[in-house]
Design a protein around this ligand. Structure first.
Ligand code: GTP
Length: 240
């Protein structure tokens, strides 16, 4: 393990559910503060950090769509939920770490945050600010995993990380199948053909075609993010 970070710029994808902790709904301040401090450590090590956050802790469109709600309206409500989460992360990062953070939204909501402007996002990162990309891609029918893949490619990230509740990608669901084993590495083609459920297919194809490396890791493990950015490959599964 070298003393220098292995990556200059990363994009970290957090699910909305990751923010609710034990609450079952909404945003848990101890969780956002924990995440802020994990991020602080890597920024202080010299890594530029961008975030994409989901919205499932606040709103999930599928049940309402099944009950008859218009899919596009549901997706737009989900995008607004990600803006709420992004603001919570901005607040936690600025208040509990002293770092600066900027939210950029894919839909215009100027009174609340900046618009997504790629070159401005890159300048913020170069100044050591954490940029939180909100509102997904700004379009219905796209997941926040796809938004994360898109933004990672657009900002030229060296690595995209997907924070989950398990420490990588398994041959089967480890909660259901005790014989499931963890992959150290897997190709996008293999993940796609085996339907490993890493991310949706749009996100994976986008990453594959643009040579964006992905690491799936356990966000609850303190220090894991730091180990990964320092080049320790024993945490998580790498997809490329
Ligand atoms: P520099 O240009 O590098 O100094 O970056 P900066 O973000 O500090 O400067 P800027 O003057 O662009 O922004 C100052 C503050 O206003 C920051 O907190 C921004 O997030 C915020 N801000 C900038 N543009 C917008 C916007 O369109 N809407 C909202 N709500 N806030 C904005």
């Amino acid at each position: 393990m070298s003393a220098q970070p292995a990556y200059k710029r990363i994009l970290l994808k957090l699910s909305g559910e990751a923010l609710m902790g034990e609450l079952g709904f909404g945003i848990s301040p101890p969780v956002t503060s924990f995440l802020a401090n994990e991020i602080k450590a890597v920024v202080e090590a010299g890594v530029q950090v961008a975030l994409v956050v989901g919205g499932g802790n606040i709103f999930r469109g599928e049940p309402l769509a099944k009950a008859g709600m218009d899919r596009i309206t549901g997706d737009q409500m989900g995008m607004l939920a990600t803006v709420i989460n992004a603001l919570a992360l901005q607040d936690a990062i600025e208040r509990s770490t002293g770092l600066q953070a900027r939210v950029q939204s894919a839909i215009r909501i100027n009174e609340v945050c900046e618009d997504f402007i790629r070159r401005k996002a890159v300048r913020h990162l170069e100044k050591g600010r954490v940029v939180v990309f909100a509102a997904g891609t700004g379009n219905p029918f796209f997941t926040t995993d796809s938004a994360a893949a898109l933004r990672a490619i657009e900002i030229g990230a060296d690595l995209m990380l997907k924070a989950t509740k398990v420490d990588g990608i398994y041959t089967a669901d480890p909660k259901k199948d005790p014989a499931a084993t963890r992959y150290d590495t897997v190709t996008y083609d293999e993940a796609l053909s085996r339907r490993l459920g890493v991310m949706d297919q749009t996100a994976m194809v986008l990453c594959r075609d643009n040579k964006m490396k992905l690491c799936v890791y356990d966000m609850d493990r303190p220090g894991a993010l730091m180990k990964i950015v320092m080049g320790d490959r024993s945490f998580g599964t790498y997809v490329d």
